[in-house]
Write a protein that binds this ligand. Structure first.
Ligand SMILES: [Zn+2]
Length: 191
């Protein structure tokens, strides 16, 4: 069955199962948010953030921004800070992250892109990144050699963005996908 059909089938089952009265309808007034990697192995329950209940209810109203490598995404940050009043953000990195790349490990990604794109399109992308291509691509991807250093660097570079207020509290935690352990890499209360 094509995936889209599967999704619609699951949606029909979902609507039968839930009670619409239990769905969270009001926008969140929560002033804390999570920025986490898009990796499916990160279980937010490890942070005390439950998923949805079987009846469609949800106990948590914390916003979760998912990006590759738990990198800040300006549009989302501006919206959560200045529409929703978010003033404390936890960045969740993890071991075995796809953003953990160097000049050798990035080669398969480049090969896959070369194989998928028409040659002219690949050249246009390459030109947009500039030379030295591999090195610049790593910078463009915000790749890191070490996940702890990646978290520290992301929080530091966040501070340089012109829309970040001085009182924003930012923490960096590292999630271990093998044990579920959280390690404090940056404690935003100690800044
Ligand atoms: Zn990751």
């Amino acid at each position: 069955m094509p995936w889209l059909d599967q999704i619609l089938l699951e949606n029909a089952k979902f609507k039968e199962r839930i009670n619409p009265e239990n769905l969270p309808i009001k926008p969140s007034t929560e002033t804390r948010a999570i920025v986490t990697c898009m990796d499916h192995r990160i279980n937010l329950e490890a942070l005390g953030i439950p998923g949805f209940g079987p009846d469609g209810s949800r106990d948590s109203s914390i916003r979760v921004i998912r990006t590759a490598g738990s990198m800040a995404e300006s549009r989302s940050l501006v919206l959560v800070m200045y529409l929703s009043g978010v003033r404390e953000i936890v960045f969740i990195g993890h071991n075995d992250c796809g953003c953990h790349q160097n000049e050798t490990s990035i080669e398969p990604l480049i090969e896959n892109m070369k194989n998928a794109l028409p040659p002219h399109q690949f050249e246009v992308f390459k030109a947009s990144i500039g030379e030295p291509f591999k090195e610049n691509l790593l910078t463009w991807l915000k790749a890191f050699e070490d996940p702890r250093a990646g978290l520290r660097q992301e929080i530091e570079s966040l501070r340089t963005l012109p829309f970040i207020p001085p009182d924003l509290i930012t923490h960096g935690l590292l999630y271990d996908v093998e044990t579920g352990n959280l390690e404090v890499v940056v404690n935003g209360y100690e800044r």
